[in-house]
Design a protein around this ligand. Structure first.
Ligand code: ATP
Ligand code: ZN
Length: 287
């Protein structure tokens, strides 16, 4: 009997490829992905990998050619496909924004009424205009949207932005966010029980990797008479580990801290007398 495998669709080459690959690697799933490869099998997990253009991923998953996939919410929303978002993945963050030429007098989105807007996301943009009760002319183009105003093809654009530098170089100013996006794990509807079980196993690992990314492992040396004060700043998973150092009167303290509070905690620890503070990243955190 052949083993059932879950089929996952990943972007072949592009902004999501490396992060998708790394995520699976941190989940302990290794596979080959040489150039030109369209399909691969994981060595140590029941997973078969398809490498595709990102735009095709929602359709492949909705049609059941693949069981699950990793794709940007922007592509998913534009595709209108019936798939389930299983987990947000925290990478590939960007936003779909409206941008106008620098000299465009922009007060609110109402100023875009009757204007020509170039975009690769006509479905999302149409919904946005409908919600805002604006009637504008949407021009769908598949790439290099940002040059449309300068060649006279459009009055404004609706395009993906992360830093904003591409817009800036093209004399455009971001004026309104239409959609915030990040990479998501999607699944086809009606996965059978075996496939669902493999997905749950994968999801457990993904959540451990995500939790680890938000936390840091911290080690420090503390004089014993300052231990109470120092450990108060370190909640840990249960509570910090305290071990005696070879030098009398000193202890080594280990704990886990949230990345968001990181600098504040380190400053407090230093002020409280901690020395030799080391901060390490965590690969997986099982909760
Ligand atoms: P493909 O050849 O697979 O169709 P593509 O050129 O359409 O690739 P990429 O530019 O690789 O797509 O972007 C893939 C996804 O990365 C986007 O759909 C989006 O979700 C995300 N992304 C993150 N930051 C940005 C950005 N600054 N510009 C464009 N996409 C971004
Ligand atoms: Zn694409």
């Amino acid at each position: 009997m052949t083993e059932t495998k879950l089929k996952i669709a990943l972007q072949k080459s592009g902004r999501l490829s490396e992060d998708s690959h790394n995520l699976l690697k941190k989940c302990g799933i290794g596979f080959g992905s040489g150039t030109g490869k369209l399909r691969s099998e994981a060595q140590n997990f029941p997973l078969e990998i398809y490498f595709l253009r990102d735009d095709d991923i929602p359709e492949y998953v909705a049609d059941g050619v693949a069981d699950i996939g990793i794709v940007g919410e922007n592509v998913l929303a534009e595709s209108r496909k019936n798939v389930e978002i299983v987990e947000k993945l925290g990478f590939g963050k960007c936003r779909l924004s409206l941008a106008v030429p620098k000299n465009f007098q922009f007060g609110s989105v109402k100023d875009l009424a009757a204007k020509r807007i170039a975009t690769s996301y006509p479905n999302i943009l149409r919904d946005f205009f409908q919600k805002n009760e604006i009637s504008a002319e949407i021009h769908t183009i598949s790439g290099s949207v940002e040059i449309a105003p300068s060649i006279g093809l459009a009055d404004a654009v609706c395009d993906l932005v992360s830093s904003g530098s591409t817009l800036f170089t093209n004399g455009l100013r971001e004026v309104e966010t239409v959609l915030n996006s990040e990479a998501v794990l999607i699944a086809r509807p009606n996965l059978d029980e075996t496939a669902r079980k493999i997905l749950e196993k994968l999801l457990f690992r993904i959540k451990s990797v995500k939790a680890a990314a938000q936390n840091k492992y911290i080690l420090l040396n503390a004089p014993n008479d300052k231990l109470d004060e120092i450990t108060r700043f370190l909640p840990g998973i249960k509570s910090p580990t305290v071990m005696p150092l070879a030098e009398t009167g000193w202890s080594s303290v280990h704990s886990v801290i949230n990345e968001n509070d990181f600098w504040e905690i380190v400053e407090n620890l230093k002020n409280a007398g901690a020395e030799g503070i080391l901060v390490l990243s965590i690969d997986q955190m099982i909760q």
